[in-house]
Design a protein around this ligand. Structure first.
Ligand code: SF4
Ligand code: SF4
Length: 102
């Protein structure tokens, strides 16, 4: 079976895996999955208490810990909004992307 790293925008349809299935773990680092996002969280640093509750809730590991809690990893945030729901201090707002016409 073809590995995910061998599939790209130049791949022909017959080179894709059946059902576009992926057979190995850890492939998100190869892909800018943040492009799928239609809504975006905004981090309000002045409200953040650095409790880090939002970190384990993010299904895409898009909230990094580097000298505390920095801004989101927008290359991988898919805009699910879970972080905005779980933040107890209102430090994350959520809004539609400017290019979303839906
Ligand atoms: S849950 Fe809210 S207050 Fe806690 S680290 Fe995340 S953004 Fe900051
Ligand atoms: S919107 Fe979803 S994917 Fe993006 S940082 Fe928040 S929890 Fe993670």
């Amino acid at each position: 079976m073809r590995k995910a790293e061998q599939i790209n925008e130049q791949s022909k349809w017959y080179e894709l895996t059946p059902g576009c299935e992926i057979y190995e773990p850890g492939t998100a680092r190869l892909t800018n999955t943040g492009e799928w996002r239609t809504q975006t969280p905004t981090f309000l640093a002045d409200r953040c208490k650095q409790c880090l509750l939002c970190v384990p809730y993010c299904p895409d590991s898009a909230i990094l810990i580097q000298d505390g809690r920095p801004d989101f990893d927008f290359d991988h945030c898919k805009g699910c909004g879970i972080c905005a729901k779980v933040c107890p201090f209102g430090a994350i707002t959520f809004h539609k992307e400017a290019h979303d016409h839906g």
